[in-house]
Design a binder for this molecule. Structure first.
Ligand SMILES: [Zn+2]
Ligand SMILES: [Zn+2]
Length: 527
């Protein structure tokens, strides 16, 4: 059997780095955290779970880069936030005013999402790590070797480094910004640096209490050593030749004497038709929005099924149905309800278990196919009481044993219909016979009457009903599509709709019989 990529990576890391593992993941909470960011955390979580399954006792940490400075006024920020550019995210007010600071505002919903996804890292905040002194020793080392780091950076990245370059930015006591200061003195025994800020202020910062921060390219390898990180996923931008992983590796080995973590490079998640997800461009589906649309196990599945180096295209439109159907199929194979050879069954089983938030998965329960739920929820006009009737009529009464879950599935369908569904999936059962019924031909009206008569006192399943519709169409000298169009016209006022047989079964029998008879009795409009 071909190993799942997470199991392969875990085995590789065990072979090269020994058995003590701390898997790290980090995201800057500078904006809404989206599906693309989730790939980072999921990659770490999947490998972490794989290590656990090998009886290793790994650690999973998530570092919120809350000490990073605000880089620009993002599209979702008011213009007044220009004054905060350069200040650490943890020192900037929450744009909505609800949380302690800017970083927490974007962090909190993300942490809730992680919980729903069953990802349970130890959460660390970079601003606190700096304030608590976790970086003190590595900062001293970096400052002591600043010329060496400068020449490494210039050699590996090809960047021209300024003459008095420093790996450290002081947090200016006057303007509160991290960027814009030049370091003019360094006293390692007191953990102090002197600086001149471009706001004009000259002062001294104590870097053991969070009054300074390493620049990104040094911060990253410093963190590996300070936090003992052995495995870490990162986006392909950092993996480019001469990029921050390359420089990090050299700095880690040659300055900090620390073996860099086992790299797990991942590709972007693209939003269909819009490009790579990014919160700074606004092309993104936030993780909160996503979890209102699909269950957490499908989010996990979407990421777990693709090797990290493959790009993922997420299409919340019509293709969402395929994604959900593929997941349903995986579930059927896992539960032995769909034949598969031994190897693919084993692979499906592994993928299924990695997709479960709790790692185990629920006992097999009847799930309503999303496509059917989309139809049913519209017939029920969003009412759960009516939905239960629709589901009973259409042969899904078993699903009502778990009302909680069925209600959630209805909510997913309603969100999809409201925000993402293509127009072809949206319909409304008309309370009265639509005027379009007047356009039906005499043959179509005769066929509708036939269907009505045969439906009375007859309880077909979807298959039987479908073959009955074909028979009636044939006997009335119609193509089947002409009969289906007639049915949609008299119920929905449009020529197309969901698959006819299950749709008819989902409607109240009295209603449909009455409606077909009424339509059959109308006069053909003389055009
Ligand atoms: Zn808030
Ligand atoms: Zn300043």
């Amino acid at each position: 059997m071909e190993l799942h990529w997470a199991d392969w990576m875990a085995a590789e890391a065990l072979g090269t780095r020994g058995t003590l593992h701390r898997v790290a993941t980090g995201i800057t909470p500078s904006g809404p955290i989206h599906l693309g960011n989730i790939r980072e955390v999921m990659t770490a979580d999947l490998v972490y779970r794989s290590l656990q399954s090998k009886n290793i006792d790994p650690d999973l940490i998530y570092i919120a880069d809350s000490f990073d400075p605000l880089r620009k006024v993002y599209p979702f920020l008011p213009e007044s936030y220009r004054q905060y550019i350069g200040k650490p995210l943890a020192h900037i007010p929450d744009p909505q005013g609800c949380c302690d600071n800017y970083a927490e505002h974007f962090l909190q919903p993300f942490l809730c999402a992680l919980e729903e996804l069953g990802i349970k890292p130890r959460v660390l905040r970079a601003d606190r790590l700096y304030k608590e002194g976790a970086y003190t020793n590595v900062i001293t080392e970096a400052m002591s070797c600043r010329e060496k780091i400068s020449s490494l950076l210039s050699e590996v990245s090809g960047r021209e480094m300024p003459l008095n370059w420093s790996p450290l930015n002081a947090l200016c006591r006057q303007c509160g910004r991290l960027s814009g200061s030049a370091i003019t003195g360094f006293r390692p025994e007191q953990h102090q640096v002197d600086y001149i800020c471009d706001c004009g202020y000259e002062g001294t910062a104590d870097y053991s209490i969070g009054e300074a921060k390493l620049v990104w390219r040094v911060d990253w390898p410093a963190r590996w050593k300070a936090l003992n990180i052995t495995m870490e996923p990162f986006g392909k931008d950092h993996a480019a030749p001469g990029g921050s992983y390359d420089t990090g590796v050299r700095i880690s080995r040659e300055v900090f004497g620390y073996e860099p973590p086992f790299p797990m490079v991942y590709e972007w998640i693209y939003l269909k038709g819009q490009g790579a997800m990014s919160s700074s461009t606004g092309v993104a589906v936030s993780i909160e929005d996503l979890l209102e649309l699909i269950p957490p196990q499908v989010v996990r599945y979407l990421i777990a099924r693709a090797r990290p180096e493959k790009h993922i295209e997420f299409d919340p439109g019509q293709a969402l149905i395929n994604l959900l159907e593929e997941y349903d199929k995986l579930e059927r194979i896992h539960f032995g309800e769909e034949p598969a050879d031994e190897a693919s069954a084993a692979q499906a089983g592994r993928l299924y278990s990695l997709s479960q938030p709790d790692g185990e998965g629920e006992a097999r329960q009847m799930r309503i196919p999303f496509r059917h739920m989309v139809v049913s929820a519209q017939i029920a006009r969003g009412s759960f009481g009516r939905l239960k009737e629709v589901l009973s009529r259409s042969g899904y009464e078993q699903a009502l044993q778990d009302e909680e879950r069925t209600r959630r599935e209805m909510e997913y369908a309603l969100v999809w219909l409201d925000k993402y569904a293509p127009p072809a999936f949206i319909f409304e059962v008309r309370e009265k016979l639509p005027k379009e019924a007047g356009l039906l031909s005499a043959a179509q009206r005769r066929a509708l009457l036939q269907v009505a008569e045969r439906l009375e006192g007859y309880n077909p399943d979807a298959k039987e009903l479908e073959s009955m519709l074909y028979t009636v169409a044939g006997e009335s000298g119609l193509k089947s599509t002409q009969l289906f169009q007639a049915i949609y016209t008299v119920i929905l006022g449009q020529k197309s709709g969901p698959r006819a047989a299950p749709f008819i079964l989902s409607l109240e029998r009295d209603f449909i019989v009455k409606r077909l008879r009424q339509a059959a009795a109308t006069e053909e409009e003389k055009a």
